[in-house]
Design a protein around this ligand. Structure first.
Ligand SMILES: *Cc1c(COP(=O)(O)O)cnc(C)c1O
Length: 216
């Protein structure tokens, strides 16, 4: 079944991989069409944009996938079921504090800067074990997975980064206990989701292959 009219992507195509429909810049009426067609999760990358739209969006699981600034943490914890873009200890401590204030256990993924790119957000692959040790003490967050945005390259050249992420994912799953429950690997976007799935993604984040090119 197509997720959206004229879409290039079908739910069958992603199979058992979870699909996050990326709805940034997409208006509520179009988001709702996708939800009615069976889109299981929507992903937004700006807190403010989603806050402005959310009253008009049908009930659906919602993920924040864009960089979260400290001054938006309160709203993000109030609005999103899962925050995929946790990229610093300072940020996750802030999320934990806000979640505690409203008696929520906030589901999060840790964003990994898998290409070690200076301009990109995310934990370095080598610091994740230590980071997880620190997070274990936080009572109001639960780490359910890892997320990455690989270097911007032609699709086939992203494969080694996805493969490296899968290795990290398998390794870090062995840390699962307490509030660490790593079970999802979120990687792959419109240009490379097929490759990400081949390399072991359990979740892909797809926008333009569903809704067409974004108009900003
Ligand atoms: C926009 C965005 C996507 C989806 O991008 P498309 O190329 O349109 O599929 C996925 N992940 C993040 C973090 C994004 O910001």
């Amino acid at each position: 079944m197509p997720v959206y009219e004229n879409t290039r992507l079908t739910l069958e195509e992603v199979g058992n991989t979870k699909l996050v429909c990326v709805t940034k810049t997409i208006e509520p009426a179009r988001i709702n069409e996708a939800i009615r067609a069976g889109a299981p999760i929507i992903g937004e990358n700006r807190v403010q944009e989603y806050e402005d739209k959310c009253a008009d969006v049908l009930p659906c699981e919602t993920h924040l996938i864009g960089h979260l600034q400290t001054n938006k943490v309160k709203k993000a914890v109030d609005l999103f079921d899962l925050i995929q873009s946790v990229d610093s200890l300072k940020l996750i401590r802030n999320i934990n504090r806000r979640a505690g204030a409203i008696d929520k256990v906030q589901r999060v993924f840790l964003q990994v800067n898998i290409g070690n790119e200076p301009q990109k957000h995310g934990f370095g692959p080598d610091e994740l074990k230590k980071v997880i040790t620190e997070i274990r003490a936080l009572r109001n967050v639960r780490v359910e997975g890892l997320m990455c945005i690989p270097p911007f390259l032609p699709p086939e050249q992203t494969r080694p980064y996805f493969r490296k992420m899968k290795g990290l994912f398998d390794e870090l799953k062995q840390e699962n206990r307490d509030n660490i429950d790593i079970k999802e690997l979120s990687m792959g976007m419109s240009g490379d989701y097929r490759i990400a799935i081949e390399e072991g993604a359990t979740m892909v984040r797809v926008g333009s292959a569903i809704f067409g090119e974004r108009k900003y």
